[in-house]
Ligand binder design. Structure first.
Ligand SMILES: *Cc1c(COP(=O)(O)O)cnc(C)c1O
Length: 425
């Protein structure tokens, strides 16, 4: 077996520097919440490949479905010769997303592509240009989605010009906006929208119900419903980007359910495919069907192997009741992390829902972001064999996204490592 050191040398002269990795160990195999690298080291996974392997890595049903589908056929292009699994995945999206109204869905390859298509659909359906997004938002790395994403480094630096008609409104961020209530924060955002964009120009209000890359920011209660109501009253499409929060991650099938939101459109990807690349846009039939035949699509969107994986992932989520599993993970993590926060100086906030949990690291005595502390804690976790990620506009948030199938002992072992890492001098 080639060692990680050797692979890292080969990589340096083959892989573009712009594509970086969190750890420098190379993966040999992975299963459930465990990863083994090519040197025989084992890792406990609190990252899930960025909230993707919610059903566990190489989940048995997903593996079997992929194998069977690969033997039947690998690709025909749904736009050329259609097949059942694409239709079945759309049916699942319609059934699982909030809202009892008539819906339609379409499938794509990546989250960014789903967001791009949701914006295309909203613009087409409304005949309006403007898209409203929020501070700390992350929606992807393509040209339009870079414009929608807030953070410049590393996502946008020297990569413009960006797509026009994108407007940014302030976000509800309880730690950093003086603890404004959700309705108050929404009034501020709506004031910006009305003064700087104008309701009749807004095609879509696009928001993550809990922000992912931006720092696991959970808006104050009432913020999202007030924005959704404003969108409805102004004829704008309310799009929930549930790419990171969806498919059981936050303890519901979709995070929008928490405040009984019924978004007009929902974008999904990540956990949806059980590890295979697939994404979707689902929502109100009259909005989705506004687009003319041939106006949506792509060569690989809803590839049959990815569709088989998505159907198997959803079956696994139902069978193992992974919404409940996610809630149990949150119920175990939050009190434990709050205990740690009481003992450590630099933890400004412990937050999250279900299995989407974070600690925000600050300079002692205030809320000034402390990115070196987050980097040091992540490094200490990595050295102890726990794979964790950081995030946040300021890079000072340590985030935890364990697979929802993680065992109680593995979860406890991971939290022990996190505790030691956070209590480092
Ligand atoms: C990851 C992510 C995206 C982009 O998905 P890709 O598959 O990486 O293109 C978009 N929105 C949110 C909320 C995400 O977390």
């Amino acid at each position: 077996m080639t060692s990680s050191d050797e692979l890292h040398k080969r990589r340096a002269s083959a892989v573009a520097r712009g594509v970086s990795s969190v750890i420098s160990s190379y993966v040999d195999t992975a299963a459930g919440a465990g990863i083994r690298d090519v040197d025989g080291n084992t890792w406990l996974d609190f990252a899930s490949g960025i909230a993707v392997t919610s059903v566990g890595n190489a989940a048995p049903r997903v593996v079997a479905a992929v194998q069977q589908q690969a033997e039947r056929f690998t690709h025909t292009c749904f736009m050329v010769a259609p097949y059942e699994s694409y239709v079945a995945v759309c049916e699942q999206l319609i059934e699982l997303t909030p809202g009892a109204f008539e819906k339609r869905a379409a499938l794509f390859n990546s989250g960014a592509e789903a967001v791009e298509n949701a914006v295309k659909i909203a613009r087409h359906a409304t005949g309006r240009p403007a898209v409203v997004v929020f501070d700390h938002a992350y929606h992807g790395r393509t040209n339009l989605t870079m414009a929608l994403t807030a953070k410049v480094m590393p996502y946008k630096h020297r990569m413009g010009p960006f797509a026009p008609e994108v407007y940014r409104a302030p976000m509800s961020y309880p730690l950093r906006d003086g603890g404004r209530s959700g309705p108050e924060a929404a009034r501020t955002a709506i004031d910006v929208i009305e003064k700087q964009v104008g309701g009749p120009n807004v095609a879509a209000v696009l928001i993550e119900p809990i922000q992912g890359e931006g720092g696991f920011v959970e808006p104050a209660p009432g913020f999202l419903p007030a924005l959704a109501a404003w969108a409805r009253d102004n004829g704008a499409v309310f799009i929930a980007d549930e790419i990171q929060t969806g498919f059981c991650r936050t303890g519901d099938w979709f995070a929008s359910e928490h405040e009984n939101l019924e978004p007009d459109l929902v974008t999904t990807a990540k956990g949806m495919g059980g590890g295979l690349p697939i994404a979707g846009v689902v929502g109100r039939a009259e909005i989705m069907d506004a687009v003319h035949a041939g106006g949506l699509g792509g060569t690989y969107g809803g590839n049959p192997i990815a569709c088989a994986a998505a159907l198997a992932a959803v079956e696994t989520m139902r069978e193992l009741d992974l919404t409940t599993a996610a809630r149990r993970i949150g119920d175990a993590m939050l009190p434990r992390l709050r205990e740690i926060a009481d003992k450590a100086d630099g933890i400004g906030d412990v937050r999250g829902r279900g299995a989407m949990i974070a600690v925000e690291l600050v300079r002692p005595g205030g809320i000034d972001p402390d990115p070196p502390a987050a980097a040091a804690a992540a490094k200490a976790c990595h050295e102890a064999g726990l794979l964790v990620l950081t995030c946040g506009t300021y890079g000072n948030v340590l985030r935890f996204l364990p697979p929802l199938v993680i065992s109680d002992p593995d979860l406890a072992r991971g939290l022990d490592i996190v505790e030691r890492a956070l209590l480092l001098p």
